[in-house]
Design a protein around this ligand. Structure first.
Ligand SMILES: CC(C)(COP(=O)(O)OP(=O)(O)OC[C@H]1O[C@@H](n2cnc3c(N)ncnc32)[C@H](O)[C@@H]1OP(=O)(O)O)[C@@H](O)C(=O)NCCC(=O)NCCS
Length: 157
């Protein structure tokens, strides 16, 4: 929801996530992102979910099909730093996959692109059953730095 912008801004900025290629400049910019996200849902071009713990916003998980290959969709996620290591990202990843399996029959393959040093994310995606398929050189730009990234894939149907 648009009203969650402040929470997302706080999680992303206070988290100082070194390997997450998303920068949010302000709460207004986050609101713009959420409005765009709502439009993407309407156009069925991307599917972003809030991760909730009760009524608390604790992160997000998204499924983004490629424009020219909609059967191939990227999954991405983040969780509030205060709550890391409790299995929430794994749970969010599993539930997002369930959504794709049940409601998006056109999606055949999910993939994740992860900076090679992002150990927690690698752990999450491997526990979710994705296979490492290769390493893409200087593929992800986080801040001013370019990082090599593993590509992970899972065939879901
Ligand atoms: C990646 C991220 C979403 C994981 O969230 P989380 O809720 O802590 O994940 P989970 O609790 O489901 O699993 C984390 C796993 O990594 C492990 N882990 C965490 N830090 C680790 C480290 N430094 N070295 C090795 N393993 C580590 C945890 O022990 C856990 O594995 P386990 O269940 O086998 O013990 C979170 O770290 C995050 O928000 N990072 C910033 C955003 C980001 O990088 N997103 C991914 C982009 S590809």
């Amino acid at each position: 929801m648009i009203k969650d912008a402040e929470e997302f801004y706080k999680i992303l900025n206070e988290g100082c996530f070194p390997y997450f290629p998303v920068n949010v400049a302000s709460i207004a910019a986050e609101k713009r992102f959420l409005r765009r996200s709502r439009k993407e849902w309407q156009h069925e071009s991307a599917f972003n979910f809030t991760v909730m713990l009760g009524s608390r916003v604790i992160g997000a998980v998204g499924i983004m099909p490629e424009n020219s290959r909609p059967y191939n969709a990227e999954i991405g996620y983040f969780i509030d730093r205060e709550l890391h290591g409790r299995g929430y990202a794994l749970q969010a990843t599993i539930q997002a996959e369930q959504f794709a399996r049940v409601f998006r029959p056109e999606i055949k393959r999910l993939q994740a692109l992860i900076v090679v040093d992002n150990t927690p994310s690698i752990r999450v995606i491997e526990k979710a059953g994705y296979k490492r398929e290769g390493c893409l050189q200087s593929y992800l730009k986080c801040g001013e730095n370019y990082y090599d990234a593993y590509i992970y894939g899972k065939i879901i149907r």
